[in-house]
Write a protein of this length. Structure first.
Lengths: 191, 529
């Protein structure tokens, strides 16, 4: 009888161990969901539909300052900066700004920009309908480009938020593409 | 008195004692053998990790770089932390659990003796793997024992893979040990030994074992994610690929905070056994002690982010984790007051186990208070990653966990080997450890408050005096442990024979068997009234 009880305890414990191992991995999506719901961590959400942006009512009575910051991660050699460092917008107004990027090296490179918004309270009210950060950017040697960002600040933005700061960090992602793919995309881009 | 000592061989013969030679240790399933191996192994690791600590302190004895390269210094801080946490403290407590839990609950052995053997024998290989990295190209892991990503993924030496597999193996070993403890305590208690009659050491270990099976898998998970980030191109912790380095810290500390209680709860148990014995009074507030340990364990799951106040959390998060952390002071305070009340008006004597236990209560409380200071989110921004943190966790781990282990060894050694240790030598060990440890760690509070960052091989001149005092203390503490080794060996080989009860005020099943405890105890379960 004692043996059976022991077996039962062991089975339960092993089950708990497996479940907790799974829970560790479940924390990854849970963390994203948590950040998404609460807007903590400054993570802005993905593409916002153009139609919903159009439907927003322009609030002429208020002005919000949107600032842009760019930085390169570690040894990323690209030149990367906003064309305008800050814009004054009305909530509900669709705005398009450009970011300048240049690949000064003699090799094609792929980059990924990762956005973060501060204060994090504002993340729910900042919608991007188009952003270069939604995809990876490929630039040939010496190539330069203006990358667009279309966004709308939600009409429901709380009154006490007068300034939103959007920061982009540019990561070198050339290594994650295998050379063939890189060549292919390069030729395609050339066409 | 010595009647029992005189015929151990006869006893052994009757009970089919241990086989001879190395096979005894390789294939043993006896809880006492395995407990001894755990204890010796952890002591060896304690010396290895201690040598690393002394390398650190020697380098920090004066400002400037004199003995080691900064790269090697970083390897030392990392390996010291890993070895002490996973190699010294945790296996020592598992060793004590192996030796004492079956004897304290009246069981003939652990519930799963074969697995017990396996969980021990994984350890030498795990640490062999980890230590071998010191001799490899690129050197040992150098990213701190907390191995924050992306430092430990993108920027780590190649040996990080060895580290990951080493952690996997230690994790498997601890999980198996924990399952064994749970199975033993829940199913193998002698008739009449109800849960609320169990000695506190058994209770604290039961709760520790639950913590272990809850968080060691999470640690295994986080190192597995690292492995995938390093070798298989995933981006769990890589922002460029959509991951998040802060996520690493959350998962790590979800494991890490319960882990610090894993290292202290069994010491609470040890002290709760010893203080009543040498006060010759029953433990004050047994029930509240059990509930306090359980509350601490539960709270440990909701406070992890106090390790990362400066990471950029929202105000609500800072406040939640700050208050939740401070809440832990309540059950901990209950325990401290219960220990003091147990001593109050007791007829106290101060043999070595009691000295270590009393020092535990006083010094652990100091560590608890500096922990409360760190828990205050706004001031943590000042203390974060300074020597104040180093002082804090060394105060809870050295006079906390390690003194707890020393106390346990002195308390039960006569039962294990049937011989008394030398009390004067043990007192010398205590006082030298006490002085050395305080000399080493107390000045670190001041260094931290003055702004000296941790994990640096060189420092500004104004920190020189306190650092040299600290190094002197560390060397006193380190050298004293050789005295401990000597006196334990001396006791085993030629100590005075011990009585069965050993200590005048000792109570509990383990003191009812002869000294030394025969190879097999409680083959027929005792009756507990």
């Amino acid at each position: 009888m004692q043996n059976q009880n022991t077996k039962r305890t062991v089975v339960k414990s092993v089950f708990a161990v497996v479940a907790m191992f799974g829970f560790g991995f479940a924390l990854v999506p849970l963390y994203d969901v948590f950040c998404d719901i609460t807007g903590l961590n400054g993570k802005t959400s993905g593409p916002y539909s153009e139609a919903k942006a159009q439907a927003q009512e322009r609030d002429e009575s208020r002005q919000v300052r949107v600032q842009f910051i760019t930085q390169n991660n570690e040894s990323m050699p690209w030149e990367f900066k906003p064309v305008d460092y800050q814009v004054e917008v009305h909530p509900g107004e669709i705005i398009e700004v450009d970011f300048y990027a240049r690949n000064p090296t003699s090799n094609p490179m792929v980059a990924q920009a990762v956005p973060s918004l501060s204060p994090s309270e504002g993340t729910d009210y900042f919608h991007k309908t188009e952003c270069f950060c939604f995809t990876r950017q490929l630039l040939k040697a010496g190539e330069e480009v203006l990358m667009p960002l279309r966004f709308v600040v939600d009409e429901a933005l709380p009154d006490h938020l007068g300034t939103l700061t959007l920061s982009y960090t540019l990561f070198d992602q050339t290594e994650t593409l295998d050379p063939e793919e890189l060549e292919e995309t390069t030729t395609q881009a050339a066409l | 008195m010595s009647a029992v000592i005189d015929n151990p061989s006869h006893d052994d013969h009757e009970h089919h004692g241990p086989t001879k030679g190395i096979a005894r240790w390789l294939f043993t399933t006896n809880h006492k053998d395995i407990g001894s191996m755990y204890l010796w192994f952890s002591f060896a690791m304690f010396l290895v990790g201690g040598c690393m600590a002394l390398t650190i302190r020697a380098e920090l004895f004066q400002p400037g770089l004199q003995l080691v390269e900064p790269e090697f210094f970083n390897q030392m801080t990392t390996m010291h932390g890993l070895i002490m946490v996973f190699g010294a403290v945790m296996p020592a407590f598992v060793g004590l659990a192996n030796w004492m839990i079956p004897m304290m609950v009246g069981a003939p052995d652990m519930a799963l003796p074969r697995m017990n053997n396996w969980s021990f024998w994984i350890l030498p290989f795990a640490f062999g793997l980890l230590l071998s990295t010191l001799f490899m190209e690129g050197g040992a892991p150098n990213f701190g024992w907390t191995f924050y990503a992306p430092l430990s993924t993108t920027y780590a030496p190649d040996t990080v893979t060895y580290f990951i597999f080493g952690v996997h193996m230690m994790g498997i070993s601890s999980i198996m040990g924990a399952i064994n403890v749970i199975a033993t305590i829940l199913n193998m208690r002698a008739p009449g030994m109800t849960l609320m009659k169990m000695p506190l050491f058994v209770w604290t270990w039961l709760i520790t074992a639950f913590l272990l099976i809850a968080v060691m898998p999470v640690l295994a998970g986080v190192v597995t994610m690292m492995l995938m980030d390093v070798h298989f191109g995933t981006s769990f912790f890589d922002a460029a690929g959509g991951g998040d380095p802060v996520l690493f810290q959350h998962i790590f500390w979800f494991f890490g905070h319960p882990e610090v209680y894993i290292m202290i709860l069994p010491a609470f148990g040890v002290v709760s056994q010893i203080i009543p014995t040498f006060s010759r009074k029953p433990l004050f507030g047994y029930h509240s002690m059990v509930y306090a340990v359980a509350s601490i364990a539960i709270l440990s799951f909701i406070v992890w982010a106090h390790h990362m106040f400066t990471v950029g959390m929202p105000l609500a998060g800072e406040l939640f984790f700050m208050y939740a952390t401070m809440l832990i002071a309540v059950p901990t305070g209950v325990k401290v007051f219960n220990w003091i009340t147990t001593m109050f008006r007791g007829s106290l004597t101060f043999e070595a186990p009691m000295l270590f236990s009393v020092a535990f209560v006083v010094l652990f409380t100091i560590g608890g208070f500096s922990g409360l200071m760190l828990a205050i989110a706004p001031s943590d921004f000042q203390y974060h990653d300074t020597y104040f943190v180093v002082a804090h966790f060394h105060y809870v781990l050295v006079p906390g966990a390690i003194f707890g282990i020393f106390a346990a060894v002195y308390y039960w050694l006569p039962k294990w080997c049937g011989r008394m240790y030398s009390e004067p030598l043990a007192k010398a060990h205590f006082w030298l450890s006490f002085i050395g440890m305080n000399l080493a760690f107390f000045p670190m509070h001041f260094l931290g408050l003055a702004g000296m960052p941790r994990r640096i091989p060189d420092y500004a001149l104004q920190f020189a005096d306190f650092n040299s005092i600290s190094s002197v203390g560390a060397f006193i503490f380190g050298a004293t442990q050789l005295l401990f080794l000597y006196l334990v060996i001396k006791a085993i080989r030629s100590g005075e024979p011990a009585t069965d009860q050993v200590w005048e005020g000792a109570e509990g099943l383990e003191w009812t068997v002869s000294s030394p405890a025969p190879y097999h105890t409680f083959s027929t379960p005792p009756e507990v009234k």
